[in-house]
Design a binder for this molecule. Structure first.
Ligand code: OAD
Length: 268
């Protein structure tokens, strides 16, 4: 973990009325969900233009749906990890709280997060291309590719593709939270995709204390008040002070965690 001086985060969180958290694919990496960038990232093996744009869907809906079906099958087997659990526990303590996620995997909800916005949509929702109606769909694998709405029109994944606008209400809530929070925590995002990447900067400009957890330095590291480098599932529970579950939090448990209660690291 790279961090100069002691972490102020727990004290800041205790005193804060308004807390916001931004997450990216890295928070789900330890659950087995592939990230987008990095050596094993999805965008190393696939071209986003072929799979995650409206043009790609118009050109070849079957190819696009096959890729989403593959991702849904993979994610259906994944469980929330201690990082998701720690964020859900943080929410239960905060008077005003918003989790802003770029992830479409649904693992934050599975971990118990309630006050959240999914900026890039959700893999488990589909949308009719004719009337824009959205509905949940948990079929794994899909029964038909592409799946069809009861009106007969094709359904598309209810996710945001490159070149598309983000859901307006989710975006408004995310910006409001960034502008008004006292603590802004960023976990597992490369912080290169806008507009999500600008939220921590906005929070900092409005006076928030900004903390980051990521495997490696990112463009945010230089603006964060504190930055912790390592696996979110290992760092976050200790950093937030939820090392081994909390009274009253039923689903707060650590699966696949090698975390053990230990004294503060004097080298941090
Ligand atoms: P990226 O794949 O760009 O970045 C993942 C980040 O997580 C990297 O900075 C990694 O260093 C970090 N990371 C990986 N494993 C980690 C771990 N165990 N603990 C902590 N950090 C870890 O994913 P995002 O930033 O989420 O958009 O990407 C943003 C958007 O770009 C995605 O929502 C997606 C993508 O194209 C759309 O599809 C619209």
């Amino acid at each position: 973990m790279s961090q100069r001086g002691a972490s102020e985060l727990q004290g800041r969180l205790r005193r804060a009325r308004r807390v916001a958290v931004l997450t990216g694919a890295g928070v789900s990496a330890e659950s087995g969900v592939p990230t987008f960038r990095g050596t094993e990232g999805l965008w190393r093996q696939h071209r986003a233009e072929d799979l995650a744009t409206p043009e790609a869907f118009r050109r070849d809906p079957k190819l696009v749906w096959e890729w989403y079906d593959w991702r849904r099958q993979l994610i259906a087997k994944c469980l929330p990890n201690p990082a998701h659990q720690a964020i859900a526990a943080l929410e239960r303590d905060a008077p005003e709280f918003l989790l802003i996620t770029q992830n479409v995997d649904g693992l934050h909800r599975k971990a118990g997060s309630v006050r959240l916005v999914e900026l890039h949509g959700n893999l488990w929702r589909v949308r009719c291309v004719r009337d824009e109606r959205t509905m949940e769909n948990f079929d794994v694998p899909l029964r038909q590719i592409p799946p069809r709405c009861e009106c007969g029109a094709p359904l598309r994944p209810d996710v945001v593709w490159f070149g598309e606008a983000l859901p307006a209400e989710a975006l408004r809530r995310a910006f409001d939270a960034a502008e008004s929070c006292e603590v802004f925590l960023v976990v597992g995002t490369s912080a290169v995709v806008q507009p999500a990447a600008s939220l921590p900067m906005i929070a900092r400009e409005h006076g928030a204390y900004v903390a980051e957890v990521n495997l490696e330095p990112t463009p945010l590291t230089s603006i964060a008040h504190e930055s912790h480098h390592g696996k979110a599932g290992e760092i976050l529970p200790r950093l937030l002070g939820f090392p081994s579950g909390r009274p009253g939090s039923d689903n707060f448990e650590f699966r696949n965690s090698n975390f053990a209660i230990s004294p503060p690291d004097p080298h941090r």
